[in-house]
Design a protein around this ligand. Structure first.
Ligand SMILES: Nc1ncnc2[nH]cnc12
Ligand SMILES: [Zn+2]
Length: 329
């Protein structure tokens, strides 16, 4: 059985497997532009973040009803359980749905139907993180936050995702301040393709408590020292970084350098259906291609709980499960 772990960087829309996409397309009377599952999988070849996002947003068209979102989340949770996931903090992209006429209620109620029974059905506790699309106007993000008000009891945090370069965190300072006023925690994608200055902005202007990706922090020694001193977690996604060519190969992935610099690093899957592996597959890839040893993998699993938004007692209990877990070899 894989090490117990938390997944902190997972876009639920990025878990849409081609087979489920075809099932939902059929159910909703939609014709996909790719005739077969094999043709669709063959399209999963990306040159950068934008080339991925184009397909990611296109395929979302199959998600129309509450049942579609419930089926999507249940399919993820089933796979995650088999990968040792005990807690998942799950991103969703409301604007990608409301912009094509799907009400926010449909999205949240559909996801909630799966998440509410996840601990019982899959042994996975969950939290939801509402992400703003940074390549759309901040005014639209603010409107989305207002639309989400009836659902705030189900939402733990806000995040910032989509095309990074040219869309700095500073554009969303007021939106994140409004989210904090509503009692929401804050995280943000930064330093995936964008420069270290975007990570500084996410920290200083958005008050992000975790940085999603953050791998370009390595280019700024002061930033690296700051992240180490404050133990601000990074949610790193190795397979994603290689598939989107932020990093040339797994063997050249900067995760070991980030650990050596003393950062609180976690391992996550990002959009597992598109990037060739779920979260445990990312751990195994680090073992295979970077030679990470058992002790380091175990530390990464502990970090995933430390960096989560779980209450201290449950963190402690889950970390104890990591310590008690037999060697995975
Ligand atoms: N890796 C990623 N970066 C930015 N936005 C995303 N949305 C889904 N996956 C993403
Ligand atoms: Zn992401």
């Amino acid at each position: 059985m894989p090490l117990p772990k938390a997944e902190l960087h997972l876009h639920i829309e990025g878990t849409l497997e081609p087979e489920l996409a075809f099932t939902l397309a059929h159910r909703n009377g939609i014709t996909l532009p790719h005739p077969t599952v094999q043709d669709l999988r063959a399209a999963y070849s990306f040159t950068d973040l934008q080339s991925f996002l184009n397909l990611y947003y296109e395929l979302m068209d199959v998600l129309r009803t509450e049942a579609d979102f419930t089926d999507l989340a249940n399919a993820y949770l089933t796979r995650a359980a088999a990968q040792g996931v005990r807690h998942a903090e799950i991103f969703f992209d409301p604007q990608a749905h409301t912009s094509r006429g799907i009400p926010l209620d449909t999205v949240v109620n559909g996801l909630a139907a799966a998440l509410d029974t996840s601990l019982r059905d899959h042994g996975i506790s969950t939290a939801l993180i509402l992400c703003f699309l940074r390549d759309r106007p901040a005014s639209e993000a603010l409107h989305t936050l207002h639309q989400a008000r009836p659902h705030l009891h189900r939402i733990s945090a806000v995040g910032l995702d989509s095309a990074e370069v040219g869309h700095p965190p500073q554009n969303f300072t007021a939106v994140f301040a409004a989210a904090r006023d509503l009692g929401l925690r804050c995280v943000a994608h930064a330093g995936e393709e964008g420069p270290p200055s975007y990570i500084w902005q996410a920290l200083n202007l958005l008050h992000a408590e975790r940085i999603d990706h953050g791998i370009r922090a390595l280019e700024d020694p002061d930033l690296l020292a700051h992240l180490a001193r404050t133990q601000t977690p990074l949610t790193v996604c190795p397979l994603s970084n290689v598939r989107l060519r932020a990093v040339p190969t797994l063997a050249q992935h900067p995760l070991p350098a980030l650990l050596d610099a003393g950062l609180l690093v976690t391992v996550n899957s990002d959009d597992p259906s598109y990037f060739g592996g779920y979260v445990h597959d990312n751990y195994e890839a680090l073992r295979t291609h970077l030679g990470l040893d058992e002790a380091t993998l175990r530390q990464l699993a502990r970090n995933s709980f430390t960096a989560s938004f779980l209450p201290p007692e449950r963190k402690k209990a889950l970390i104890a499960e990591v310590d008690a877990h037999p060697a995975t070899g």
